[in-house]
Design a protein around this ligand. Sequence first.
Ligand code: AMP
Length: 479
Amino acid sequence: MRAAESSQVTHFKDLGVSAPILKALDAEGYSTPTPIQIQAIPIVAKGRDLIGLAQTGTGKTAAFALPILDRLMANRKHAGEKSCRTLVLAPTRELASQIAESFRSYGRFLGLSTTVVFGGASMFKQKQALYRGVDILVATPGRLLDHIAQRSLRLDAVEILVLDEADHMLDMGFIHDLKRIATLVPKKRQTLFFSATMPAPIAELAGQFLDNPERVAVAPVSSTAERVEQAVIHVDHSRKQDLLHALLQDKAISRALVFTRTKHGADRVVGKLEAAGFSAEAIHGNRSQGQRERALEAFKKGKARLLVATEIAARGIDVDNVSHVINFDLPNVPEQYVHRIGRTARAGAGGHAISFCAPDERAFLKDIEKLTKQAVPVNVHALSLPTPRPDERVPRALKTGGGGRPQGRSVHPARKPAAKKHHASDAHGKAHAKQGHAPSRVREEQGRDRGDRRDRKGNDVWSNSGAPQYRKQRKPTRV
Ligand code: AMP
């Protein structure tokens, strides 16, 4: 690892970033490079392959975007029709849009072209944008393969390939798509691979894509949590909404991201918030792309004080000055907790995270505390349940890895396995459907709320009977 170099670099100029990009960074208000930028920029600038263990919020987008822009400028040429010179793959539409936005703003004085393609948006408009060829293409894997199947895109001119949030792409079931994309890009290329965690399947995937990579790592998943002031309130499910309304009387909660485990849960919370006079928007996989963009915009501009989101829909959402993250429901995967609370601690800033913990979520809290190696302080509120003793046993059936049906009332009685709503309508989709896979585009749509039904390895946590089965999580190994 290259941490030793960090202390000597205080400016982007020291990293060899060119003048027009420095000017753009100045306009963005970036004065000092972040640790991942200090480590990664020189490696990428040399043309080396890179494996980066870093999560969103560390400044990793600029860590790859800045040297890529400089490399494209150093050897300026036309990409060719229906081609791209740089391909960036990202798991969600939101993240893809943000990456494209970053390339555009960092490269605003360079005159390079950037296009983004993802499911749920007009294929026709995307084809038009790709027709002349682009310097930088940011894509979700499913829609990318749709374009290849429809011959609106070729990948044989790709010089630089970036896989961002590889662990999330794996979670969302994109592994086959990624392997297929690997066969379509030229062997001679530069590849950059980013992931917040490095479980064995991700390390294996990295091995297939990368050629003798250099490795960098920053802020392991558990350390982000240290910058956030955390609290947990023990409360019954039935009183969570009242508790939320009571907390929102505090004006210090100026802009809050509220996480629920299900899409319906998000809608329910927003409906009740609005009825109580709070401005709130929902963002989840059942909402159209337009609705999601409007919701995010309202939140960014401060028209909505609250954005209620499901886990995957919120991934990569980059909104400044989120004062609080509120976990209306605790996630059953502890890494998700860290990702969630990281939304309030962007680029090194601090923030607050308040979690509501019902009795049947105590096992999740224990898993979180084990991962972050710190106890979450308990706050007591008039609506709280008595604080459980530290040695109090959690219901066995609900423990991660305990398997079996929960005793008593189910964790989320409203959840039933979702009926399949989508149809394979295009050639690519049909081909996949024949093989027994959901088509990629459909997976992209459904994947938004995969957190509702899947564990981090992509296992369905629902049995046929509709009862939740919390399977044992394998601990991700870190490089
Ligand atoms: P990322 O990890 O790429 O999602 O970046 C997280 C946030 O940090 C984004 O809002 C970036 O605009 C911001 N950011 C990235 N690099 C810097 C920097 N060197 N100085 C200040 N902010 C930055």
